[in-house]
Design a protein around this ligand. Sequence first.
Ligand SMILES: [Zn+2]
Length: 316
Amino acid sequence: MQKCELCDGNSFHVIATEIREGPGTILQCDTCGLVFQDIQQTENDLKQYYNEEYQKTNSLREGSVQTPKEHFDDSIRAFKAVFERIRPFLAKDKRVLDIGCGTGELLYMVKPHVAEAVGIELNEDFARFIRDDLGITAYAEDVNRMDFPDRSFDLIFCIMTLDHLPNPLETLSTMKRLLKDNGLIYIEVPNRGEALNYFLPEQNRKRFNTFFWHRAHYFYFTKETLSGMLKKAGLAANISCRHQYTLVNFLNWYFCGTPQKTFVDATSKSHLFAGESAFEKRMNGLLDKTEKEFQAILSDTCTGDSLCCIAKHSGK
Ligand SMILES: [Zn+2]
């Protein structure tokens, strides 16, 4: 019998039967509301998935499989916002671990500011790129299997990774074990409560919902369920919200019900006009002003796409 990762309950209901990749089952716990995918994969299945399939079905450029370098170049822009959030915690004497570090974008930005940076990434090509091209230590291994001594790290990052894991609670416990007494953990996960899941015309909302459920994502957290899981792992957390995508992307979903072709466009192209006429320049200026207000609304109402969490030992 399946057991809820958060509350140990065993009563669930189906909330979706179609996911981005085709048929799939998304369940919600009747007791605590945790949302998760009904999928059983062994550790080897998971490694194989990230090494052979993930980059084909989750490319940052629809329809093309990117090299690690191409992925790094597209993805690093999006990490600038993450870097700004963690920058206050960096110092020359700190040891940093990034769990699910992709092609090492964040490690690359962080490394000059800390004593040591280490990455964990299941995709072996990515881990090799980090070692060979970025000159940063990286392991293609489950962090729960690593033999780092207890309290090894001052800072642990886990960006858009916890939701990919079949065992988030075990991994949070491992993070707590590896974290120094005064250390900090910074986590980002997709927000189940994001505006696009709720506030689109019905047909396009259904399309976005299907796009949101994702073979790679085992768990779909809200602020409440993420907070509950951190508490269960013995961590005290402060959770806020941000939105990576632009207002233009939101309007694209609102009116057309489709994603944009590339991640870079969807997260950085905030203008509608390419020309230099007076009309186009002023219209783009209007969008710039509106973009800031759009981001503020989603952050304040916790309806952005990402939950951002700073956690530390709770002392319990
Ligand atoms: Zn539950």
